[in-house]
Design a protein around this ligand. Structure first.
Ligand SMILES: [Fe+2]
Length: 303
């Protein structure tokens, strides 16, 4: 089938202690830590690496540190991996490391890895039942806080690319790595789905800021309450919200964004559209509204 999911992301960071505190507060599991690096895991076994001295095989960062240095995509079979590595590396060097990751550099200069996916089953969890007149699902069961929010998985990565050459940057992923464009927003960017997943997008190449850089990594949480409570927890720990609660137009997910000390932002996301091949590629000549709604209060002066 091909690429199944984000397998890992690597950040080059300045303040390791601060970044470790951020992702601990965010609800990821710290699995390794030494003086210069740390590794966290999501519940499905994806890894998030923080390095103060990034590995030598990585390209120069596309923007000043701290920022993302590499996204590794997980592939389902050795033969698929071999075929993808051959295509990705047709005109550029490939470095293979002990952990089985094949590293190349994409058209923008971002590190890109390919490796066998190591999926871990999610623990069983029944979704929260909701009540509405005409469809009562929850009897004699008052709700409580969701408790400590634990992101299920990294569901998408968004990278900024320059406008010039954007078609070539996108084509690298569509023609060599099997990504399918789900929504092409001509003034803004291309939303891409990897072959083995059904989220409306797993990857966004955004050319609106017209420069290379990290935009955000999104983490799926089980539901709306987790988005709200997870964001509240981070704010209580002193972290800064980057965008107020809302629901996106493209992808439909509920979102909450936080500034991340590793560069860019992280998103808490729930209830994203799932789409299959019948969704096609939707081409937008103008940019749809960013959101269906965002939280507003009576004391807000700006929209
Ligand atoms: Fe997002």
């Amino acid at each position: 089938m091909g690429i199944q999911r984000i397998e890992s992301v690597m950040y080059g960071v300045d303040d390791l202690d601060q970044c470790v505190r951020f992702f601990t507060d965010f609800g990821l599991d710290l699995v390794e830590r030494d003086r210069v690096r740390a590794t966290f895991e999501t519940l499905v076994g994806q890894t998030l690496h923080l390095h103060t001295v990034p590995d030598r095989f990585l390209p120069e960062p596309v923007e000043p540190s701290p920022t993302i240095r590499e996204v590794v995509w997980g592939v389902d079979t050795p033969s698929e991996l071999e075929a993808l590595v051959r295509k990705a590396g047709a005109d550029r060097p490939v470095t293979v490391t002990e952990d089985g990751v094949h590293h190349v550099v994409d058209e923008t200069g971002f590190g890109l890895g390919l490796a066998l996916a190591r999926p871990r089953e999610l623990p069983e969890r029944a979704p929260r039942s909701a009540n509405t007149s005409g469809s009562v699902r929850r009897w004699n069961a008052p709700l409580e806080s969701v408790g400590r929010v634990r992101p299920l998985r990294m569901c998408h990565v968004a990278l900024n690319i320059p406008k010039a050459g954007q078609e070539v940057a996108v084509a690298f992923y569509t023609e060599r790595l099997g990504f399918r464009p789900t929504d092409i927003v001509k003034p803004m960017g291309t939303f891409l789905q990897c072959e083995g997943d059904d989220d409306q997008h797993n990857f966004l190449l955004c050319h609106r800021p017209d420069r290379a850089g990290h935009n955000h990594v999104s983490f799926e949480v089980p539901g709306f309450d987790d988005v709200v409570e997870g964001g509240n927890h981070m704010i209580a720990q002193g972290w800064q919200e980057a965008r107020r609660l809302g629901r996106h137009t493209v992808g439909s997910n509920v979102f909450r964004f936080l500034h991340a000390p590793c560069g860019g932002r992280v998103e808490l996301a729930a209830d994203m559209d799932r789409v299959d091949a019948s969704y096609g590629t939707r081409v937008h000549e103008t940019t749809p509204p960013h959101h269906i709604w965002t939280l507003r209060g009576s004391r807000d002066t700006a929209s």
